[in-house]
Design a protein around this ligand. Sequence first.
Ligand code: PMP
Length: 421
Amino acid sequence: MPTTTDVFDKARTHERVLQLRAAREIDAVPYFRRLESPAAPVVEMEGGRRIMLGSNNYLGLTGDQRVIDAAHEAIDRYGTGVTGSRLLNGTLDLHLELERELAEWFGTEDALVYTTGHQANLGAIGTILGPGDTVIVDSGDHASILDGVLLSRAKMRAFRHNRLDLLEKRLQQAEQDGGGILVVVDGVFSMEGDVAPLPQIADLAERYGARLMVDEAHGLGVLGARGAGASELLDVEERVDLRMATFSKSLASCGGVIAGPADVIDFLRIQSRPFLFTASGVPAAVGSALAAVRICRSEEGRALLARMQENAAYLNAGLRSLGLHVVDPVALPDGSRVATPIVPVLVADDWKAALLWKALYEHGVYVNVALHPAVPPGGALLRTSVMATHDTATLDEAIAAFAAVKRDFEAEHGPLPSPVD
Ligand code: PMP
């Protein structure tokens, strides 16, 4: 007689749930905190003023009056929701305009707008690949890429973060397996803020007859002379087969896009379940993303990008001067390093990361905490990120808070990881 179990058991015994409860006891849960104001450089959170070093609003456009006006105008014209799928009644002229603008920016034949970036990865990877194909991913790739792989039922082969020798091994194995091969990497890795060595990855993909897809979520608007992301910065736009991006970072909105050849985009348009079986992006989201894209593509976009990079370099140097282990962006094979908006501080230990988060929060600074599986085991990070709209005085205040927190924390718990460890 088979014994059945309660499917809810895991909810009571899961390690993460137990950790959440322990942290809740001492009010040290770094997640689900309540924001009471816009995602500006300084915010109101849970009744207090906090410096926001945990937003992906890299260019500060969520507060730009033209982007806000575009959202209002879209609501005035189309109402609050589309109440339907893109396939049926949910395609507005705004969606099509945004697709045209994004395809032009990426320099691709076509582009398809999804309701979120997560769905864009799910939809592209889950539809293009099937059983019998292989997808090769970097171990640092975003969860939505891995979810797309699950949906596709293709064979997944992962290689250690940015290790080209291991990528080549995976390609050799995939070649033995037969079937199609897709390599998918983040252009900028979301937690550590480093950039994939795309020219070398493109060389390898070409050598083994694989297609290459790059997730530009954290690169769009902040890298490259046209702000078109890591592929542009590294001059491989022509060699990347599919580009994915989200509107939830520099584009100050919510939604996602896949850009590529017209035939592949048409295939997704008609076959991609996360595109077809959900309501399309609401007017305010699409209208504001379109306004943000236009700013990013203008001269002003270049100035915002430069300002963001200055801020990232300033925060990086300030935290480093305190003896904190600021994770260095991995140098590209040509030796250069790229400033992205993400400035991660290595803590290593999960519990210490939560305690540090709490101390910073109490000192009026909000940062994100990244724990395994978002980072490798033992690689807990305080993930700080800057916006173009932070000013130097605010960053100085945040660095001073880090200094005070570090001093008190080390007096009680011993030294934090340092760059020489
Ligand atoms: N890819 C990457 C690299 C991301 O960081 C994210 C979001 N954090 C996504 C995809 C998903 O995008 P969205 O938030 O629009 O669902």
